[in-house]
Design a protein around this ligand. Sequence first.
Ligand code: ZN
Ligand code: ZN
Length: 238
Amino acid sequence: MEKTKNRRRGDGWFTALSMIWPARCPTCGTITQSRTKLCPNCAEENEEIGEACIGCGLPKEKCTCLKVMLDLNLAAVYPYRGGVRQAIHAMKFRERTDLFDFFSIKMADRFRAVFAEAKVDLVAAVPMTRRDRSQRGYNQSAELAKRVAWQIGAKYEKRTLEKIRETATQHTLSEKQRRKNVKGAFRVGSGVDLRGKTVLLCDDVKTTGATLNECRNVLLKNGAEEVWCVTIAVTVKE
Ligand SMILES: [Zn+2]
Ligand SMILES: [Zn+2]
């Protein structure tokens, strides 16, 4: 039985699928051996984050927690650059919805590796406003969260968080402005009881962490006992 111990949910399906439809590297598209790995070239270019600080998700030597007062309980898979960055962009803006499966497997693996003891009651996503979601057609964080929940065998609760107002695009703002921009933009959905629950919050990319921090605080203020975060990538200053 030793052999089945490290299998992920869905591995059998992936193996069966590979017999009729060869796997392609999620970032460059060349035919590869596995649906759950980047091809050797891309894997070399997009090295996964090794030992990291869970306050900010960054590699230990790049930790910025003290400077910006962050304590996110975050596990992130990749630095946000290169092929991974392009793939995330394609997933968000060019409907590469096939990438949800790949990235959610990586997120679930990373979460289990970093927070081995964590027991999750609910999996939640960083929400979009209704208007933004209908413009894009989907919320990428929700699509990832659903799949991460399935991977770790926990419940995905769609209404955990709601975004109640539009916010300015974060990337043009300073650290301080970002925090102000998202302040009060989220609430817990009606009928969701978080008391005593542990929540895993999913998003695609952590930049300064202002959004995750705000969402996490809303969950904690509403009774959640513990909140962990997991993202595909984090912005790492070179
Ligand atoms: Zn590749
Ligand atoms: Zn840190």
